[in-house]
Design a protein around this ligand. Sequence first.
Ligand code: SF4
Ligand code: SF4
Length: 475
Amino acid sequence: MNTSYSEEELKQEFRNIPSTVGEGNKRKWIYPKKPSGTWFKRRMIVAYSLLAGFIILPFIKINGNPFFLVNILDRKFIFFGNIFWPQDTYLIVLAGLILIVIIILFTAVYGRVFCGWTCPQTILMEMVFRRIEYWIEGDFRQQKKLNESPWTREKIIKKTVKQSLFILISIFMGHIVLAYLVGIDEVMVLVSSSPLDHIWGFASLIAFSATFYLVFAKVREIVCTVICPYGRLQGVLMNKESMVVAYDNVRGEPRGKIKKGEDQGSKGDCVDCTLCVQVCPTGIDIRNGTQMECINCTACIDACNDVMEKVNRPKGLIRFDSIVGIQNKEGFKFSTRVIGYTIVLVVLTGIFGFLMTQRSEIQATVLRVPGQLYQQNPDGTISNLYNVQLVNKTFDEKEIQLSLNSEYSGATIELVGETDLMLNPQETSEGVFFVKIPAGELKGMKSKISVEIYVENELITREETTFISPTANKK
Ligand code: SF4
Ligand code: SF4
């Protein structure tokens, strides 16, 4: 089977062959023209604000504790200053579900706008690494010329400076990502001590930095067009009513070049200048229709608006619109699917909000000690032995008091060995206690009792358990 594509096949088979595959199945290096214009300025504001937030976040602390931490190894998660434990996994899963629904909803309504505007891959590629490339090697034509030229002194200097900056930025970003996983203090310890003292930490830093370098210096747009699962799902998530960066073929076709002073006649508004193709960072021609590779970066909108201004045609030949909107010349409408997604989103967010309000800062589990049934005491009471497991999810030390809530007036609770339980911040602790009930008061072999957990005289939670006795009291 011949899997080697000719230039003509590549032009025709744009939906079957990735834009990054060139003649002879070789990687086609994309040299996008430097973007500029209103949409690009807006995108720069969004991208640099998000990037600054991403870099600053690990440094922010509340009362000496991280504001944001995703410590997978220790199963400790801090979001917006609130610490979440493995016991809160259901909340994290629900938050993840909500995030997925938000992304699906956004994609159904606004297409792949997340990719072009907020995805860390696009922000770093287009606003950091590509900007450095333009700065050192010039615009797309100069870059191509430089790559195809022999190794001169100028080329060696330019490539060395560029690659050195790429490596430095990759190392810096590797440290930032690690700070999200282990905290900025750990990272500071890592950088200030010998790699041999923290071999795993050092290995993680090397791995993260190398990944950054490989992705942004070599793999680039292939992440968006081939590797990213979200990108591959576009066909399922979007429909003809989704708002995307789209070429108005009704207005633009039949396309054709015009000479100065020439009457446009029966031609459409597209002057076939190919500037929209030249600026595209994923190497596609938006005039072929909506394509999976389009990350909605809007670079082609700016390029085309510039051309329209020059040829005295209205702007917006390429614009944010839906396929239906372009064909029927009507505004954006909410489809049934979008309304459905919105309802699911509202319900999930409501459940999440409710669970957050129910979430206790101190988690307690009371269980009868295994293998122990009951003890008959000389004072006429029956006692059962219990184990209490406590998790302090806060950043403060907590003093815990236990109290009993039962129908038996003579029931008492006695901690073994201590009078109070002290809980260190973000730690778990265990305690053992007896519940004693006068035998004469007991009404059955199994009684329901509840143990109340107090922190500084405030009732935090009430744990139900059972009390076992030899026989029911027969009065
Ligand atoms: S930039 Fe506009 S006018 Fe030029 S080829 Fe693209 S769609 Fe046509
Ligand atoms: S087609 Fe336009 S919006 Fe889509 S990736 Fe290319 S330049 Fe960006």
